[in-house]
Design a protein around this ligand. Sequence first.
Ligand code: NAD
Ligand code: DAU
Length: 356
Amino acid sequence: MILVTGGAGFIGTNFVLDWVAAVGEPVVNLDKLTYAGNIENLASLQGDARHVFVQGDIGDTALVARLLAQYQVRAVVNFAAESHVDRSIHGPAAFIETNVVGTFGLLEAVRQYWGQLPEPEKAAFRFLHVSTDEVYGSLRASDPAFTEENKYEPNSPYSASKAASDHLVRAYHHTYGLPVLTTNCSNNYGPFHFPEKLIPLMIVNALAGKSLPVYGDGQQVRDWLYVRDHCSAIRAVLEAGRLGETYNVGGWNEKPNLEIVHTVCALLDERRPRADGQSYATQIAYVTDRPGHDRRYAIDARKIERELGWKPAETFDTGIRKTVDWYLENPEWVARVQSGAYREWVSTNYSERTTA
Ligand code: NAD
Ligand code: DAU
């Protein structure tokens, strides 16, 4: 059995669904169910013995210790985190609590459990930590893409907290020999993405007739990867990654934000045209920039391609079409996640941004 943490969030949900379908090995899914976690995402696994859901905190070492022992876990995949940069600017404490202190608690429980495993289970055990390209900081237009050799230069409370967790994971390997693997992935998009992040926010706002808030000049560049390709990369690293190594994961899909927003608008114009015949792009509004906004991220994915033979299955063109279609086909999911807490966040983040 494997232990997945944060398996009711965006990437964790996709990972659990793909894992059960592709691998079939049972999963115990530990998730605190913060605003970002949604157990309904996993409704299709209800009654399936291959998925055990436990609501709880990765920092609760007693709980983690009990789960590890009870389910004789052979590997941990750690997705659990506070993940939204804008929220980390408004309230960094939760990011330190989960991403740093929580990861530390999880590592401690895993270290104790792993330390008393008999061989060969001890040698076969894996702890895979899911991290981000944001730990490397921001690139200039002419810089080469991030390799695993880039130094860490995190710029937001979110990326600093993820960098701290990466360092703890590294130290547990170096000091205690814990068999760890780390992945640093670029921006994901796809089904079950919470509509606080750029792509789902634009889809949801466009359909609701609301403005499409583009920060600053909209020329910040992100490197987009369809979420199920991230999941297949994690499976590849878990299976054959070299212990103590980090693997950058990305789809060679650098695009400025404004281009992303125009692409989403064009797809919606095609699939769900506005009643007045105008383009959704008329809803674009330039708003005050994100403080400390990183200008460009880009991933050099040659190491994972070379060592593990991993390649993304989707291009941006195919992935974004699947994504837009998923949101058009799942209006109830969108309505349910837009709870009171979501509306509060929208007001906190956008009400004081002036429109250019
Ligand atoms: P998300 O915010 O959608 O989901 C996070 C999940 O973790 C939620 O289900 C939440 O309830 C759970 N959680 C939060 N705190 C917890 C705690 N203390 N204990 C247990 N569960 C807790 O995030 P996501 O976008 O799915 O990202 C998952 C992981 O991947 C994160 O570690 C993130 O840093 C990393 N990552 C994300 C992206 C991206 O583009 N979304 C890219 C690279 C890496
Ligand atoms: O690079 C990987 C990271 O990608 C992950 O580690 C994070 O968990 C994930 O949230 C994501 O971070 P970003 O900050 O890049 O994603 P977000 O969707 O918040 O923003 C993408 C870009 O769009 C960024 O340049 C900010 C901009 N943006 C975002 C929002 C929410 C806007 O212009 N307007 C918006 O309303």
